[in-house]
Design a protein around this ligand. Structure first.
Ligand code: CEZ
Length: 794
């Protein structure tokens, strides 16, 4: 970690082979690119549905970004072949496809750019990419410096994959007026109606250069020839042969012959992206090509990413811990909140939780998102599968499968918005429904969602699961209409309780009858779960359509699931004795060096009354990985149960770091959606990162940091102070931005007190709520807390 640059941290990887799958990612509201240290790139843009402009060499099925994405030699990438014209040596940068060992290599992940710094045989090379604030273009900068005292003659050949665009029509050629290689295609279709929709599509890919090339090549197969990408035949000749692609796979290659005097530096700028027509390409060229344009674009993209600054900075004394929480986690949380994982129909649960994180960055956006979500609720109270973000968006893929949990998230996540803002006016906003113009208050919308959940229960009072709950692929427990979910029952109880707590905390005109009804319903659910689903030491996961209780010690696989245990702690279903039993069982069966597994043992074959989850590879995703979203629920629950040591231990395990990079295979710039589990079944692969930066974990992880570890949580009266320090962390300081006030805090554990002491600007505070904080003011907060004992389980 290098913190020297602009006070912002950079993560550097100094070998292309040590973590070959390491990546960084850049995004804006219209596109995202995941950049691998060896030069491979996954990218997509929105038009408005996700689309490609740099494809694999085969027809790609459209799907979400896959976990543990595999790279192969023809995988799309942005490479630079470099020929030493004097010696004839050819290398490729940053590393692929030739894989020549370089004298110096460094892959550097910054906040708003990704850079490689390379040295080889007397040449110093910098390659840098950034995006723009809202255009569809990758901005590349390439600079080469002659470090020797003799003249060097080189040829530089940027090689940008365009790939297999279409079986109907694809071609590519150099366009002199634009000084670009432009590839053209027709998105394949068969229905006449699609012709008219597809007319709007950006079916071209351009590669623009600021320098006129000596020669060019646009035909992938011909460029590669018999030499293959490792030794492309086209590079043997002195000059590329200006070859176009005519119904052949396009590629963008340009050759720049250049001689470099001693110490001379030469810079190149390249722009790469999708476009509808030449006019659009010309506009992009005008806007971004040139020194000044580049600086302006870099600055505005930096400003865009900087909008992701969140409400807390900490100093724990552990550099990587602090760097992750101060910098990378807010960045990832902002990505989720601002662009909704670049989906036009985010799953409702994802949308609501991702926007919970936005409450720590820009609560106004959370407010708008929550209003939009309830405006798509039907008047019977059901929340939609996904939230449609624009008029043409449709519910697709997983959103066509009925999941039963969408109503629980809003009451649960709303509390963070209220804690941050105390904006109770949201609750009286009048909002219509998807199927009715009748307007009801936000409060009423939530009550309708809760009533709907209460009614979607069986004769025992347990919640029907339909074809899934939080767990998407648990699709066959209840597809016949009878199966029930422990987790959803508990989540319903927790949603009811949270809503009642909000009623109590914020002065929103309590409807006493509803309040009593909800408290009663939550208790009834907790009782039912205890009656039917407590099995020995922990709660089972559910009851199938045919009445089989699963997730118990009776089975050989899928004996124990984490979610029911965590949520039983949250909902109040578990008493103190049960909590200890559960924590003991979890510690024995689910804990790994990377955190807590979602279930164990992982399923090794299909279980037809559970579903698709059992078909996933053991230890992968929901089938018993350390699925961080589920792990953070457990950590959050442990904090509620006062298990500060264990919560912190697991929270620390979840964080990617340079120390665990050799196990996880990723750099510490995002929390992945999972680390491989099946720790006892496949120990060799356990701990590997999914390399997937889309995850519901971010907002909960940040919530745990702010509200639990630092214990600086908003409430109706002000800022509630109740740090939950582990024994291993004696001291923590930082800055908390709260409702416009800046609170500089110091938290210290000390053995000479038994009751917490709170001082604000050196004045002793009675109680632990800071009530009169004023917007724009700075405060000094000193908190002394009694030492946390070292026992994990009390
Ligand atoms: O997606 C997530 C969902 O986006 O899986 C979570 C769920 O709560 C999130 O809403 C747990 O199931 O379809 C599947 O099998 C996969 O489970 C994906 O949907 C999954 C992947 O992690 C994608 O990021």
């Amino acid at each position: 970690i290098d913190t020297a640059v602009d006070g912002l941290s950079k993560i550097k990887l100094t070998s292309p082979t040590k973590l070959p799958n390491a990546t960084g990612f850049l995004w804006n509201r219209a596109m995202v690119m995941q950049v691998n240290c060896r030069g491979y790139v996954n990218s997509q843009f929105m038009q408005p549905e996700p689309a490609k402009y740099s494809y694999a060499p085969n027809m790609e099925a459209k799907s979400f970004i896959q976990p543990e994405h595999s790279y192969f030699s023809h995988h799309p990438g942005r490479f630079f072949y470099l020929k030493d014209e004097d010696s004839g040596e050819i290398i490729s940068l940053p590393y692929e496809p030739m894989r020549v060992q370089l004298d110096k290599f460094s892959f550097e992940l910054g906040n708003s750019d990704i850079t490689w710094s390379i040295e080889h045989r007397g040449l110093k090379i910098t390659i840098k990419v950034n995006l723009t604030e809202d255009d569809l273009v990758e901005c590349w900068f390439f600079s080469v410096t002659n470090l020797t005292d003799t003249v060097k003659n080189i040829s530089l050949y940027p090689y940008f994959s365009i790939g297999y665009m279409s079986w109907m029509n694809q071609s590519a050629c150099y366009n002199e007026a634009l000084n670009a290689i432009v590839a053209d295609s027709v998105t394949p279709y068969q229905k006449v109606a699609d012709y008219f929709t597809n007319k709007q599509l950006k079916d071209k890919t351009f590669f623009l250069s600021d320098t006129p090339p000596t020669a060019w090549h646009a035909n992938q197969k011909d460029f590669e020839g018999e030499g293959g990408l490792h030794q492309p035949s086209a590079l043997q000749a002195e000059l590329l042969e200006n070859v176009e692609a005519r119904y052949e796979t396009p590629v963008a290659v340009m050759q720049f012959q250049q001689s470099l005097m001693p110490s001379e530096q030469k810079n190149y700028q390249f722009l790469f992206g999708p476009a509808k027509d030449e006019l659009e390409i010309a506009e992009i060229k005008e806007k971004y090509l040139g020194h000044q344009q580049r600086n302006k674009a870099e600055q505005s993209y930096r400003d865009y990413i900087a909008q992701g600054k969140a409400c807390l900075t900490i100093n724990s004394g552990n550099v990587s811990f602090d760097d992750f929480f101060n910098h990378w986690l807010p960045r990832q949380m902002f990505y989720h909140g601002d662009v909704n994982r670049l989906s036009t129909d985010p799953q409702t649960r994802n949308y609501i939780q991702d926007n919970m994180g936005m409450a720590f960055i820009n609560p106004e956006r959370t407010r708008q998102a929550y209003i939009l979500a309830v405006s798509q609720q039907t008047i019977n109270g059901a929340m939609p599968e996904g939230v449609l973000l624009h008029a043409q968006a449709e519910l697709k893929y997983i959103n066509q499968v009925p999941h039963a949990d969408h109503g629980v998230w809003l009451p649960i996540c709303l509390s963070v918005y209220l804690n941050e803002t105390a904006d109770v006016s949201l609750l009286s906003e009048m909002i219509a429904f998807a199927d009715s113009a009748q307007k009801q208050s936000f409060t009423r919308h939530i009550e309708l969602a809760l009533d709907y959940l209460i009614n979607a229960t069986d004769h025992r009072g347990l919640s029907f699961i339909e074809q899934g709950d939080w767990c998407d692929p648990m699709n066959m427990v209840g597809y016949k209409g009878k199966g029930v979910s422990t987790w959803l029952s508990l989540a319903t109880a927790y949603a009811l309780t949270t809503w009642c707590d909000i009623y109590e905390e914020y002065d929103i005109g309590i409807n006493r009858q509803k309040y009593d009804e909800y408290r009663f319903a939550a208790k009834a659910i907790n009782n039912a779960v205890n009656e039917y689903l407590w099995h020995g030491q922990w709660f089972a996961r559910g009851i199938t359509d045919d009445g089989r209780v699963f997730g118990t010690d009776k089975e050989s696989e899928g004996k124990i699931f984490i979610n029911p245990q965590s949520w039983a702690m949250l909902s109040g279903a578990a008493n103190d004795h049960q909590k200890i039993e559960m924590i003991t069982a979890i510690t024995k069966q689910l804990i790994t060096p990377q955190g807590v597994m979602m279930l164990a043992p992982s399923y090794t074959s299909m279980v037809e009354d559970i579903g698709r989850i059992t078909q996933k590879h053991p230890g992968v995703s929901e089938n018993g990985s350390v699925y961080n979203h589920a792990a953070i629920f457990y950590i959050f629950a442990l904090y509620q149960a006062g298990q500060n040591n264990l919560a912190f231990e697991l929270l620390s395990k979840m964080l990617p770091s340079l120390e665990n990079a050799e196990v996880t295979g990723q750099l510490p710039i995002y929390v992945p959606n999972y680390y491989r589990g099946a720790y006892h079944q496949f120990p060799k692969k356990a701990g590997r990162s999914s390399h997937l930066f889309n995850t519901g974990t971010t907002s909960w992880l940040y919530r745990c940091l702010v509200e639990e570890l630092c214990g600086l949580k908003g409430c109706a009266r002000g800022l509630h102070v109740a740090p939950k320090m582990p024994a291993t962390l004696p001291y923590l300081s930082g800055q908390r931005l709260f409702r416009g006030a800046m609170v500089n805090f110091d938290i210290e554990q000390t053995s000479d007190i038994t009751v917490m002491e709170v001082l604000l600007d050196k004045q002793v505070i009675a109680g632990n709520v800071l009530t009169d904080l004023k917007t724009g003011q700075h405060y000094q907060l000193q908190v002394r807390v009694p030492m946390t004992s070292e026992d994990n389980v009390k």
